[in-house]
Write a protein that binds this ligand. Structure first.
Ligand code: PGA
Length: 226
């Protein structure tokens, strides 16, 4: 089984020096990770510098805009990321939902796929999954990594992990729509990652715990050992 561990650094850390330090520590600590793909998603402004330090880690952005270029102040397009040799992009994260409709996320997915980026699509509900995948070919849907993050499960928004039966039910529902790689997200750390892997996920999207090198390495190690 292919496994993915994705670090979502969100709006952290506040200096390039600490971003480099964290990246280097993670990369050093992951020398023996053979069975999992580890993807680090830092803030946009650190991508270029971290790409220079990259050995086996992959890099991703935390969002992108759906138009290729033009008068869109503050936006970063998928094609810009691709040209930077950034490989992945997280789209539709629940922390962006105040600014984003399902339609906008759908446009962003289409644009990212067209540019050749690998998409990590976050969803909280099955309805979001259906709406966000509208008009995307089966072939393309199969390339998308889905991160299922139950409402309220993210560490900074309460961190309540639902029961195993609830999670298994949702996983089944997602699999009816797409049989791609499905990751779990929300308060994942080195002490609970095994639980999610055993429920049948292909990996995890990790927020807070990805900011501590030792803890994040512990998650990857646990996944490697399963
Ligand atoms: P968390 O965040 O691991 O801090 O709960 C996960 C996410 O927001 O993707």
């Amino acid at each position: 089984m292919r496994k993915f561990i994705i670090a979502n650094w969100k709006c952290n850390p506040v200096t390039l020096a600490s971003a480099k330090k964290l990246f280097i520590s993670v990369q050093k600590g992951l020398k023996n990770a053979e069975n999992s793909q580890v993807i680090i998603c830092p803030p946009f402004v650190y991508l270029e510098e971290l790409l220079k330090l990259r050995k086996k880690l992959k890099l991703g952005a935390q969002d992108c805009y759906w138009q290729e270029k033009g008068a869109f102040t503050g936006e970063i397009s998928a094609v810009m990321l691709k040209n930077l040799e950034c490989k992945y992009v997280i789209l539709g994260h629940s922390e962006r939902k105040a600014q984003e409709t399902d339609k906008l996320v759908n446009q962003k997915i289409k644009s990212a796929l067209k540019s050749g980026l690998e998409v990590i699509l976050c969803i909280e509900t099955i309805s979001q999954l259906k709406h966000r995948l509208k008009g995307i070919s089966k072939n393309n849907i199969e390339k998308i990594l889905i991160a299922y993050e139950p409402p309220g499960a993210i560490s900074t928004s309460g961190g309540k992990i639902p029961s195993n039966s609830h999670i298994i039910e949702k996983l089944k529902e997602i699999k009816k729509i797409t049989n791609t790689f499905i990751l779990y997200g929300g308060s994942v750390d080195s002490s609970n990652i095994e639980r999610f892997m055993k429920l049948g996920f292909n990996g995890a999207l990790v927020g807070a715990a990805s900011l501590k090198a030792k803890e994040f390495i512990g998650i990857v190690q646990a996944v490697e050992d399963i």
